[in-house]
Design a protein around this ligand. Sequence first.
Ligand code: S3P
Length: 426
Amino acid sequence: MLNGDIFLPGDKSISHRIVLFSVLGKGDIEIDNFSPGEDCGSSVKAIEALGADVRREDGKLFISGLSKKIRASDEPVVIDCGNSGTTIRLLMGILCGLNGMFELTGDKYLCRRPMERIAEPLRLFGADIVTQENGVAPIFINGSKLKAADYTLPIASAQLKSAFLLAGLSAEGVSTLEEPVLCRDHTEKMLESFGAKFSKVGTRMTVEASELELPSKFYVPGDPSSAAFFLIAAAVVSGSCVTAKNVLLNPTRIGFVDVLKKMNADVTIVETGDVPEPMGDITVKYSPNLTSVEVFPENIPGMVDEIPILSLIAALAKGTSVFHGVQELRVKETDRLEAIKSELGKMGAKIKLTQDEFGDSLVITGIDSLNMPAELDSFGDHRMAMTLRLALLLVDEECDIDEEECVKISFPQFHEILEQLIIREN
Ligand code: S3P
């Protein structure tokens, strides 16, 4: 069983943003509980390449804001974004309106992911951005003066939304943006609290050229996407009770909690604070009568990174669960729909991918227990690797997971925390 209280490292999305936004802001910031994952490390390396001064001391990160004054040179500044989609996409929005030339690149997984979806709306501002022939990185940006633009997002993507809003901070005039459904809103919250000329009513936003006022101290709440692995596993492992302490409770991020409740899981939440965002403790206890769930597209953005681990619980719940409108999972670190189907399928899970009026659907029929697989592959995707490690815990067997070390991209302490939680019955 899994038992105990856990403290999660800082949220990945918020950690990326506080570091990257510092390029557009003035002042010195001290960041506490910054995400230790390699992804957020890529954002730190990026701002260092742009000339920022970053220090790590006593587990904290100290940054001096660049105020848009990046290191000028005749050669493009080359920024390696590693595996991080958030780093490369937010940087596209930040850099296209600044003075300088930039080349953004990344690892083999990142260089397969779609980037034209960001470049295209940025060109509405007059941005000079070139992607490769098939719309992927490396990306070349020649920073220029931008003029306000208006855009309606064709997909619910917080990365796309953020890139557009960040470009709007360097553009002359009032830019407007409409999102199809609410997706993670950390960018909006930070723009509001860092004094940007920004407003949001429902799903419609406006932004004007502004310099951000950085806070002197910033605490990053625990990452709910990392907590989700242990909390969801606790619902299925007999006798378990896990509490994730000081976790971000932003409603655009904890859709998995609503799914757990709908599935009959025993979940309690206690709020402990609300600065810079709501946070608190989430407890999940073993829940023997889990039932299936149907999730519709408007709720997918709130759990987009948790679908792999939710697939595991759905594979063991009574009845058939359906997640509608999950096509965005095809363009994550790997094609997560195919990965979920093939790898959990190797353990006997009954998973189908179908098409309906909402796009791709993930259809999972619960069974009593999973089997021991001969081999498993994470496809270099950190969220797949962690899901598969927990699936193996359920069958109580050892098996190698190909490229399992990729967990360090978001959650280097994953295995250590899992070991702390496991109570073995002799
Ligand atoms: C993120 C947004 C999501 C998510 C990713 C982080 C962010 O991507 O999958 O892990 O920090 O904005 P999309 O919004 O592009 O789907």
